[in-house]
Unconditional design. Structure first.
Length: 237
């Protein structure tokens, strides 16, 4: 579904990504783990077209998209939930969700709105409430719901657990697992909480200083001693 080949991205003279290659297959959940500053968010932003790469290719569903603007990538089904949620604070929940469907031309928007409300009943309860007055967990639900209204084929999630209480993190990831299991939605996840990310994922990549240094099944990385020491808070006996 998604193939990233030898992609490099720089901010001026600073190389943020160097010859990064990865792929996401249809129906997979794939995680990117790494320390702060490893380049995880830059990679998501490069894939979604927010940041332009300096080298390499990106293919989505068999079409090269590295020259496509971000809006076209969204219409192709490549949709990102940004770090920090970035809901429209001065708009009601319902308007936030409808804006997610801005680029659509089909007649099923109301049906999909009902579906999002089934996934996130709290959003229906707060439909007229301003997005900026929601709790952090509710804003994350809103950001995911807004992305789902765009009818994604691949959902890019950037730090969905950031700043949330453990119970809310568990609820968010329960819904992500349900989306993947029930609809086959493919997900590329950047997440600082490596244990939660690996527990959700089929495969994962480890990013360090802008380079992919490991790739394996999520279960294998959960058992890996180096990964445990670096990201899971376990030390060598």
């Amino acid at each position: 579904m998604l193939i990233v080949e030898q992609v490099s991205t720089a901010y001026g003279a600073v190389r943020a990504l160097e010859s990064v290659s990865l792929n996401v297959k249809k129906g997979e959940i794939v995680s990117l783990i790494g320390t702060n500053g490893a380049g995880k968010s830059t990679l998501l932003n490069t894939i979604s077209g927010i940041v332009r790469q300096n080298a390499g290719t990106i293919s989505f569903c068999g079409i090269q998209i590295e020259q496509s603007p971000a809006v076209r990538r969204v219409r192709q089904g490549l949709v990102q939930v940004p770090e920090g949620r970035q809901v429209f604070a001065n708009l009601p929940v319902l308007d936030n969700l409808r804006l997610g469907a801005y680029g659509r031309r089909d007649q099923r928007i109301d049906d999909d709105l009902d579906w999002v409300f089934q996934l996130f009943p709290r959003l229906q309860e707060r439909g007229s409430q301003l997005g900026g007055t929601l709790s952090g967990g509710e804003q994350q639900m809103l950001a995911i719901g807004r992305a789902l209204m765009a009818k994604p084929r691949l959902l890019l999630l950037d730090e969905p657990s950031m700043g949330l209480a453990p119970l809310m993190v568990a609820e968010i990831f329960r819904i992500l697992r349900r989306l993947n299991a029930e609809t086959g939605l493919s997900i590329l996840l950047v997440e600082q909480n490596a244990r939660v990310a690996l527990s959700l994922s089929h495969r994962a990549y480890v990013l360090r200083l802008g380079k992919i240094v490991r790739e394996d099944s999520a279960s294998a990385l959960l058992r890996d001693r180096e990964v445990q020491e670096a990201f899971l808070g376990k030390s060598r006996n």
